[in-house]
Design a protein around this ligand. Sequence first.
Ligand code: ADP
Ligand code: ZN
Length: 437
Amino acid sequence: MKMRNYYQKEIETASREEILKIQNEKIVKQVKYVYDNVPYYRNLMDQNGVKPEDIRGVNDIQKLPFLTKDDLREAYPYGLLGTDLKNCVRIQSTSGTTGKRVVAFYTQKDIDMWEECCARAIVAAGGTNEDVVQVCYGYGLFTGGPGLNGGSHKVGSLTLPMSSGNTDRQIQFMMDLNATILCCTPSYAAFIGESLAEKGYKPEDNKLKAGIFGAEPWTEEMRRSIEKSLGIKAYDIYGLTETSGPGVSFECEEQTGMHINEDHFYAEIIDPKTGEVLPEGSKGELVFTSLDKEGFPLLRYRTKDICVLSRKPCSCGRTHVKMTKPMGRSDDMMIIRGVNVFPSQIEAVLLKEGYTPNYQIVVDRVNNTDTFDVYVEFSPEQFSDKIADVQAREKDLNGAMRSMLGIGPKIHLVAPKSITRSEGKAVRVIDKRKLHD
Ligand code: ADP
Ligand code: ZN
């Protein structure tokens, strides 16, 4: 049998009953902790007529009120703090993808838990103390760099704290220092792959074996394209600052969704419109309750990320529930001329049709009608300066999009390298309608 490696085998492969027992014990303690220490949430519970004693296990969790990003903004900066500032050792902040940044606080215990979650992810991607882990997520307030850096230390890997940007230096260090695991956003991984090829390197010239990519939505098509260009296996990792950072869930060798670290995070899927909890297998908004955080202990936090949970047994031996790749946030969804469109659907079509993952979507409203434009780069091989060729390709792509989305954007094929590359989270959508509102 193939050797299976886990960072914390006992908990990662615990039986359903054992996990439930841990969750039930932790939630009772955690709700009392939050009620006693976070006046903002105590008020919400009081308004909803819920007392800590009403929560006797995770089955009672539905009695608790939700928290949203608006609550976090209202309570900014200290309103949801769970302990004295003197007990906290770190502040991190969201990227501000969808508005004002919020900050989160960590005690040393919170940091250790978070880094252990990242260590589980690294080991699941095949990482050991013999690996060289190149972390090119941003360091600083963004959680990507610090999280994977800490996880890599815990595994005992040799850590290369590159942070993002300076792609030439990334490549030089990757090659000179024999990096074996690459951690960054998928859009940056694609860019590194592209840059390696430009410098004349073939996928087999680097020592990389795996990549751990997350912090933004990416499609299966994008995964295959990155795997090919870097000659690696590409693993997804998910997380958000509000719950700690990357490592809330991570992919194993099966690559069919991410195991949620259920001993620390309790997940629910709700109908984003009604707030009703949906049964396993339904698509909806992911809600997290952190079961043992001290600094920033959020209960029932609505992530706005849309996905599906599954308890199908996994061949890796891990027993924790899996979530599908989030297809985007509920507020990433664009409604264009009455049709729901996710950027990930557009990415899937582009890659299927042989284009690069370099694209930008521009939506506007002119004379009360939505306009919908997609700018797509030619790859150097596809490039043509014959107008007829370009128009034929644009028409084909419009047709392919129309059959996927039910609505056809105006396609603009543009020269290779004309769309700005991202070193962190890619900006895929410019919705100018929001500027008019
Ligand atoms: P912000 O919400 O400002 O971007 P964060 O840096 O905390 O702040 O990012 C967390 C968000 O990033 C998640 O809520 C989710 O929308 C997105 N995200 C993180 N990892 C993934 C992933 N693997 N796939 C899709 N989206 C992801
Ligand atoms: Zn698995």
